[in-house]
Design a protein around this ligand. Structure first.
Ligand code: DQA
Length: 143
């Protein structure tokens, strides 16, 4: 099985960006972590990151076109206001799990709302990198 991993804006700054919130490991470390976990679980991931909303929309469509078995999506700040990403998720049959590294509910009020979560299979928040592994396991067990 093949899964898409899509990380949104500013996640390319992981490691340097607010390390007390997001840790010292980089996006490269995160992608290596997810790839290793996927391999151990007998599946494959393709990782994407963009700071541009439309690219994320396009990759969600592409996941369906390429018959991906699911999407691990961290929409980052777009979570809180992007109806375009929400509707991209609604427009595909591919199951999506929303992931946040930090526990958004323990942070500023604007992070408590997700406009995207309602159209995903579910949300995993606050477990750091491990959230991506948990999402993979959840999608693999679903099918
Ligand atoms: C985040 C949480 C969002 O509120 C924030 O805008 C991010 C990262 C997380 O992974 O914890 O960029 O999605």
């Amino acid at each position: 099985k093949h899964f898409y991993v899509i990380n949104g804006p500013n996640l390319n700054r992981l490691g340097k960006r607010e390390p007390t919130v997001y840790g010292k490991e980089t996006l490269e470390d995160l992608e290596a972590y997810v790839s290793t976990k996927a391999e151990a679980l007998g599946c494959k991931v393709t990782c994407f990151q963009s700071n541009i909303e439309g690219e994320i929309v396009n990759w969600i469509h592409q996941a369906e076109d390429e018959q991906a078995a699911g999407i691990l999506l961290n929409p980052a700040a777009f979570t809180h206001y992007s109806y375009a990403i929400r509707e991209a998720i609604s427009s595909v049959a591919v199951p999506v799990i929303e992931i946040h590294l930090s526990n958004v509910h323990a942070r500023e009020p604007f992070r408590h709302q997700s406009v995207t979560a309602a159209v995903t299979k579910g949300q995993i928040v606050g477990f750091g990198f491990r959230g991506y592994e948990l999402a993979l396991r959840a999608l693999l067990e679903e099918e």
